[in-house]
Design a protein around this ligand. Structure first.
Ligand code: ASP
Length: 589
């Protein structure tokens, strides 16, 4: 037997028992005539005691050969510790070892395998098996496993059934590039890996399954930003005969259930906000609602006073940073430099200090008198002691920049409190999004999203502004500034779907070639339907107050999309390429 107990299990009540434990050597302390070894497994750490006096010289010298990450089995007696460790659940006892067996020796690990590690990201990914031994990663994966279980049991209780959809499919356009897989049996043809099971789940609704879910891998070949993974997991759902309201209710229910089951937290009813309102008040479709600093538009009070920068701007907009009028010159320059970085891209920053004595000091005193600045402060609801930041320019860009600044100030002032969860539904997203580079419209959510009923007639007017103003029955769930889920009511009528494809620039032939199966299905009695998908990795991270999804994924890829452990992607043999009818390029020969 390898063990009678796990390493996190023994307590004072076990004192006197003979036990066998197996695990990894976390560290050892040699005190000459006594040696202490911390033995670790998934369940905890138990202190082992090797005493020269009480054991054989042979055992003692064997113990001296142990070093970090050796895998051992020991048997011995549970005894009371002289100096107890309150921080350790097993801290009242230790095991006085009688026999020791080294099951597996270990090289010196390339980084520290403890709560905190000194390993860099790539190193930790290369030796993922070592990183996975660390408490934080183990706790994350256990959380993830339990979250999946809680999700399944809740959705099961709501009559959802889990259906697996294929991974080798035809491209589903969700805004990213597909990963493709060559087909050996069909020379020159390719499967695509699903960006989501979107069309399949809709087909399941046409198939009468009524309520579907799947905890499923999705694949998107995007340029990787820090917190994106080329393969990630969604809780993917679809319901038939539903309205947007019922979907929102159902998935608000799921979210509340998960917070209660996993964190013991009762969330109250989630507020809702129109997309347009979110953009106006926060410059973002995923505002962090843990703090205020809402936008105030200042065109009416700030234009026409001779300050060219403002006068020529489409939008003048500011935020009021509470209690920060004491910012030094250096701090203000720092913030100005921060907004001018290419990642934010503002040309400059105007500030106004609302001094305690009721006077104002601004960076534009040349153009604006005390009365003018008071008008801004009033518009923004500012009090003495507050600091105002104002940006101006083209509306969309300026809002984006001020959103960045608002978040940065929230961070600097410690307003994004861990353990504080502020969910929000953002609803009525635009149907279309203008792509500057390609000079055409894309579907903002995806091409199967239904326009709002009242917008159907206006869909094909061809007028740019009308198209931009079309709204969809599409919604996102946002928690603490992270998009947790997104979905929509779908088109279920062939003619309307064709109209939408046309709007998106598909010829009828292209639409038929790519989505003929779905259009065809709509001719055989399709029920009204809609759904949503939650980002499962993101949900794990947000619920744990962490910004990165990487450590909630057992085997993540790095920023270059590489798996550092197995070293993928990698070239394949010429023979394999030949079988796949792929050309062998000169470099590979
Ligand atoms: N397929 C969509 C997505 O992955 C979610 C949905 O519309 O249900 O974003």
């Amino acid at each position: 037997m390898y063990r009678t107990h796990q390493c996190g299990e023994l307590r004072a009540e076990h004192i006197g028992q003979t036990v066998t434990l197996s695990g990894w050597v976390q560290r050892s302390r040699d005190q000459g005539f006594m040696m202490f070894v911390d033995l670790r497994d998934r369940y905890g750490i138990t202190q082992l005691l090797f005493s020269e006096e009480k054991t054989s010289a042979e055992l003692f010298s064997q113990a001296r050969t142990l070093s970090r990450e050796f895998v051992i089995r020991v048997s011995g007696t549970v005894i009371e510790r002289v100096s107890k460790n309150k921080d350790l659940p097993t801290g009242d006892i230790e095991v006085e070892v009688k026999t020791l067996e080294i099951l597996s020796a270990a090289e010196l690990p390339p980084f520290t395998i403890e709560e905190e590690t000194d390993g860099g990201d790539d190193l930790r990914m290369k030796y993922r098996y070592l990183d996975l031994r660390r408490g934080p990663l183990q706790r994350n994966l256990i959380f993830r496993s339990k979250l999946a279980l809680a999700t399944r049991s809740y959705l099961d209780s709501q009559s959802f059934i889990e259906v697996e959809t294929p991974f080798l499919i035809k491209s589903t356009p969700e805004g990213a590039r597909d990963f493709v897989v060559p087909s050996r049996m069909n020379p020159g043809q390719f499967y695509a890996l699903p960006q989501s099971p979107q069309t399949f789940k809709q087909i399941l609704m046409v198939g009468g399954l009524d309520r579907y879910f799947q905890i499923v891998k999705c694949f998107r070949d995007e340029d990787l930003r820090a917190d994106r993974q080329p393969e990630f997991t969604q809780i993917d759902c679809e319901m038939a005969f539903v309205t947007q309201e019922e979907i929102i209710q159902t998935f608000e229910g799921l979210t509340k259930h998960l917070f209660k089951a996993m964190l013991g937290l009762e969330l109250s009813e989630f507020p809702r906000m129109y997309y347009d309102e979110a953009m106006r008040r926060f410059g973002s479709d995923k505002p962090d609602m843990r703090f205020g600093m809402e936008f105030t538009e200042l065109n009416a009070v700030a234009q026409g006073k001779g300050f060219k920068v403002f006068d020529s701007a489409e939008l003048v907009v500011g935020i009021c940073v509470p209690g920060q009028a004491g910012y030094s010159r250096k701090q203000l320059d720092g913030v100005t430099d921060w907004v001018k970085r290419p990642q934010v891209g503002a040309k400059g920053l105007v500030y106004v200090k609302c001094n305690e004595d009721g006077s104002f000091k601004s960076s534009v005193d040349k153009f604006f008198g005390q009365e003018d600045l008071k008008a801004w402060a009033d518009a923004m609801g500012a009090k003495a002691g507050d600091l105002l930041f104002v940006l101006s320019g083209e509306t969309d860009k300026t809002r984006k920049q001020l959103n960045e600044l608002r978040l940065e100030m929230g961070r600097r002032l410690g307003l994004m409190k861990a353990g504080d969860f502020k969910p929000l539904w953002v609803v009525d997203f635009p149907l279309l999004e203008w792509d500057e580079e390609a000079e055409r419209f894309h579907a903002m959510h995806h091409p199967f999203t239904a326009p709002k009923k009242e917008d159907v007639e206006r869909m094909l007017t061809g007028d740019h502004e009308t198209m931009k103003a079309l709204r969809a029955d599409a919604y996102d769930l946002v928690i603490n500034g992270s998009e947790i889920g997104g979905g929509s009511i779908r088109i279920f009528d062939r003619a309307l779907q064709e109209r939408n494809f046309k709007l998106l620039g598909f010829t009828p032939e292209e639409a038929e070639a790519q989505f003929g199966f779905l259009l065809g299905a709509f001719e055989f009695g399709a029920p009204p339907h809609g759904g949503i998908a939650f980002g499962f990795d993101r949900l794990c991270a947000v619920m744990n107050g962490q910004s990165s999804i990487r450590d909630f994924i057992a085997f993540p890829k790095n920023n270059q999309g590489r798996d550092m452990m197995i070293d993928a992607p990698s070239p394949i043999a010429g023979e394999q390429l030949g079988e796949l009818n792929l050309e062998v390029t000169a470099e590979e020969v």
